[in-house]
Design a protein around this ligand. Sequence first.
Ligand code: ZN
Length: 295
Amino acid sequence: MRTSLIIERIDLADTGHPVQLAEILTHQLKAQLPQLLPILIEDVAFACGIEEIKGLNTEGFEGGLIQNEEKTSGYILVKSTSREDRRRFTIAHELGHFLNPYHVAPEGGLWCTKQDLRASGQWDNSRLGIEAQANEFAAHLLMPPTHLKTISTLWGSPEIQNILNLQHLCNVSKEAASIRYVGMHGDSCAVVFTHETKVRYIVYGGGFPRISIEKGHSVGRKTLTRNYTGPIGSISDQEESDSHQWLLPKDANRWNLWEEVLLQTDSYRLTLLLAEASNLDEDEKLIESWTPKFR
Ligand SMILES: [Zn+2]
């Protein structure tokens, strides 16, 4: 036996909903472990019927799943050169395919690319639909929201240090932690990942207005993201930011922004933007004052 964890697969048999599958697993794990996080993802996979997790050296794929027709046993393959946090997410993603009764692997296995591991949105039966489901399952299993909500030190006003705390607590990538953080927090905030000042990836939460800078384009010259300097790993203060550097004019007039920056190695940076609806502008105030008030 490769793990002492016990997963009752029968409890998982009635649903193909990725969130429900992850929650049933979390519930079973909580009953067996004094400390839930970080999730022992390899042990969980073995307890679910995965016989082996093997290295994958095929160019272009992050992970793969080979399973029997009944989905009672299988192998997970993970790109050998991946960092540990990405490996963990890939294993959880493949486990999501394995446990989902509707994710039928074609003969020769199910193979997942980097794009698949980022798929989100529609949960239909299309190829990208099942990839999005496997990602949702992985995020829910590795960062269980009902458990995270009980950890008060993660919350409060949004700040980069809390995203890093979540990342370390769950042993996931900064991207995965950022998606979960802004998704759960509720305040209007966005995380912008840049490399050499160019936008790589943006994560939105809480109704944050759309950022007008396209992927691959540089952030504005007057942003803290561009100008903050310090040693690798340092985090700036949260400073008020010129909204026009980030938003379309119509949005920039309606939102005040604050900006906080983390310096990473090799000119990578992570920026947290917080938005607060600005007070009504002068014209709107005037209209407001003319509008009769009825009681
Ligand atoms: Zn996949």
